[in-house]
Design a binder for this molecule. Structure first.
Ligand code: AVI
Length: 300
């Protein structure tokens, strides 16, 4: 489905929603980079710290000279650390955004001239087939950043199942279940960057789909749904009004929300169980000093 189709379908349902993959236009990607540097958003720092601390053990698990498939554009410091330690025979970044892929491939190509980079534009919130590239060694899939948490457990299961057919081993970064206050702060930062990131979705609809959202009539709302073990992000209408997108008209009651993202949090055992159900054995586990974030080493 296209952006337009997803938005029209999502806003036509009783609980209005928009898939989180649409956050990442150029402005949304820049806002997300700012989120990653916020004092409250511990995820990026914790994952980087655990990667630094355990780099040689992670590299041993993946195996030097492998073919590294990364879900995400691979712009991060963690990716660079991993490439340096692993010296993969080929690197396949998979991302929905062609421009992010191209920029990442250009930069990584300059930094690692010896590395064969094979970018693949695909939406990995649905199962993706990574074409076979021979004669490289073992395929290892890297899915950092707790992006798996933005899938429902059912989607995460389907994603892992398909990945199992494509990669012998996986490295998956997962945000660990923790005190609801810590989670609340991470998604309600004091500078309002997460709010701007959330509201940017409406701006994107206005610009790309001829919408007339008035951003002042919506507020960012994020809370921890403990029964479902997930942060939910919503955009809440502050007054009763209607919005047009092209020829479509959507009514909002005061307090009515558009559900824009889930960010699931897993206990260590909970994620192992999910991986096992998808046909993986959880062989390795690396965490940061405070146990905030986990990197799971899975074997098919
Ligand atoms: C990309 N993803 C793992 C982030 C998360 O924490 O779920 C997206 C995000 N949403 C709000 N802040 C960050």
């Amino acid at each position: 489905m296209s952006f337009r189709e997803d938005v029209i379908a999502g806003l036509s349902a009783p609980q209005k929603s928009i898939p989180p993959k649409y956050f990442y236009d150029a402005a949304g990607s820049r806002l997300f980079e700012r989120i990653c540097r916020l004092p409250e958003y511990y995820l990026t720092r914790a994952e980087l710290a655990l990667t630094r601390k355990n780099l040689s053990s992670i590299a041993r698990f993946a195996g030097r000279g492998c073919q590294l498939i990364e879900y995400g554009s691979g712009e991060s410091l963690k990716t660079r650390l991993l490439i340096r330690a692993l010296r993969p025979a080929a690197y396949v970044p998979v991302d929905i955004s062609e421009s992010a892929l191209r920029a990442a491939a250009r930069r990584l190509g300059r930094e690692f001239p010896w590395l064969e980079i094979l970018p693949l534009a695909a939406d990995f919130s649905r199962p993706v087939e990574v074409p076979g590239v021979r004669p490289y060694g073992r395929r290892v899939a890297y899915f950092p950043g707790s992006t798996i948490g933005n899938l429902t457990p059912e989607q995460a299961h389907a994603f892992l199942r398909v990945s199992r057919g494509q990669a012998a081993r996986m490295l998956v970064g997962v945000d660990v279940r923790k005190d609801a206050n810590v989670l609340h702060e991470a998604y309600n930062d004091s500078q309002g960057v997460t709010a701007a990131f959330n509201l940017n979705l409406l701006k994107r609809i206005n610009e790309e789909l001829h919408g007339n959202f008035d951003l002042k009539k919506f507020a960012h709302y994020a809370f921890y749904n403990s029964a479902a073990a997930r942060i939910e992000m919503h955009l809440v209408a502050l007054e009763r009004h209607a919005v047009r997108i092209g020829s479509h008209r959507f009514e909002f009651d005061v307090g009515e929300s558009i559900h824009t993202e889930n960010s699931y949090k897993y206990s260590l055992q909970g994620f192992r169980t999910l991986a096992r159900a998808a046909g993986f054995e959880a062989k390795k586990l690396w965490t940061d000093r405070r146990g905030l974030f986990a990197l799971h080493g899975l074997e098919a």
